[in-house]
Design a protein around this ligand. Structure first.
Ligand code: CUA
Length: 386
């Protein structure tokens, strides 16, 4: 695309995504129009102030009875200018906030004060995010505590991360490199430190990176285990509509009819709501007997359950794991997130030798008890109150 390099604009981050140039063009267009009229008005004020200054005391101005032509001119021209901004803005907005269906999906959970990422192939990262260049990436995001906001200036995109629901963000990186990632919503003491980097890599390097990191369970595998074993969902949600709950196969993306006669889309949000608040939307033909799982599943487990139920409809999202590089030593060379481990033996036995939950354990010590703002700590007296 045009205008990939824009170091000629001081103070501006690089343009590193497919819509960075669009956002910048719109921004500079609005800026140019504002400057033109701002400066024009200032000059006109000066000019008329001098030209029509008071020349005689108690002078009387000329009577003016309006001018249709003049009024039409100053109505139509600004209207056209404002509409160009609106149309261009709507165009860019649609691009930014409608994720394509063929995007590679990554799950994001924000919490005070870190970002947790999980790839479709199971890799977890904290505060670092590795993605391949030239691929469409979709982030499905939520938070464990307060509102955060993912902001990647080089990609010219950001979106709030809201407790109790999923939001999405997508981008297509166009240039390999290392780009800042920020939290752009004030979220407590260490808000300013809640950030990291997005590493955009060539596909080959990305594949190497994938094979050099601990993948553990994929979200789908973890969700399957929760669904079948840990939470025992299968005791009701059996195959072929034999159970007390509906069979969940093949439903994703379709419409779901409820007892109220309402129809709702069977999507990420619906699955999430049905786990946390099952009484809210009962499927037609079924009894409201499902207990809530609120408080029993973490946001990350919810994400896994959603991924698993999605996969029952043949909806697999994931990174490309093209094998590659057995006995690789590249792991950790690029980013060294806390879950990165060198694997001299290649990819065999990874899931057996490394506990996939170590990432969870490692980070839990980070905020618990040290953060007076965290919701789970609010009821306990802080050291100051004692
Ligand atoms: Cu998270 Cu600010």
């Amino acid at each position: 695309m045009f205008m990939q390099e824009n170091s000629w604009i001081p103070l501006f981050p690089e343009q590193a995504s497919s819509f960075a140039a669009q956002v910048d063009y719109l921004y500079f267009y609005i800026l140019a129009v504002s400057i033109f009229f701002g400066v024009g008005c200032a000059i006109a004020i000066f000019y008329f102030a001098v030209k029509y200054r008071e020349r005689e005391e108690f002078g009387k101005g000329a009577d003016i009875h309006g001018s249709i032509g003049l009024e039409l001119t100053w109505t139509i021209i600004p209207f056209v200018i404002a509409m160009t901004m609106f149309i261009a803005g709507a165009y860019v907005f649609y691009n930014l906030y409608r994720p394509p269906t063929d995007a590679m999906e990554i799950y994001v959970v924000g919490k005070q004060w870190m970002w947790k990422f999980q790839h479709g192939s199971g890799q977890r990262e904290i505060n670092d995010l590795h993605v391949p260049v030239g691929r469409k990436i979709k982030l499905t995001m939520t938070t464990e505590d307060v509102i955060h906001d993912v902001f990647i200036p080089a990609f010219r995109t950001k979106a709030d991360v809201v407790p109790g629901r999923y939001t999405t963000l997508w981008f297509e990186p166009t240039k390999p490199g290392k780009y800042h990632l920020f939290c752009a919503e004030y979220c407590g003491l260490n808000h300013s430190g809640m950030g990291g980097y997005v590493y955009v890599m060539e596909q080959r390097d990305f594949d190497n990176w994938l094979s050099g990191t601990v993948s553990g369970q994929t979200p789908v595998e973890a969700g399957k285990e929760l669904f079948e074993t840990k939470l025992g969902c299968t005791s009701c949600h059996q195959a072929n509509n034999q159970g007390r709950g509906p069979t969940l196969t093949g439903l994703f993306g379709k419409d779901q009819k409820l007892t109220t006669g309402q129809t709702v889309p069977f999507n990420d949000e619906y699955i999430r709501n049905s786990i946390l608040n099952p009484q809210g939307q009962i499927v037609e033909g079924y009894q409201p007997i499902m207990p809530t799982f609120k408080g029993q599943v973490t946001e990350e487990q919810l994400v896994s359950l959603v991924a698993y139920i999605k996969s029952l409809s043949g909806n697999t999202s994931g990174g490309s794991q093209t094998g590659g590089a057995a006995g690789t030593t590249t792991g950790g060379a690029t980013g060294a997130s806390s879950t990165t481990v060198n694997t001299p033996n290649g990819t065999t036995n990874l899931t057996n030798t490394v506990n996939p939950r170590r990432a969870d354990r490692g980070e839990s010590g980070n905020t618990q008890g040290s953060n007076p703002n965290a919701p789970e700590n609010r009821s306990e007296p802080t050291s100051r109150e004692r």
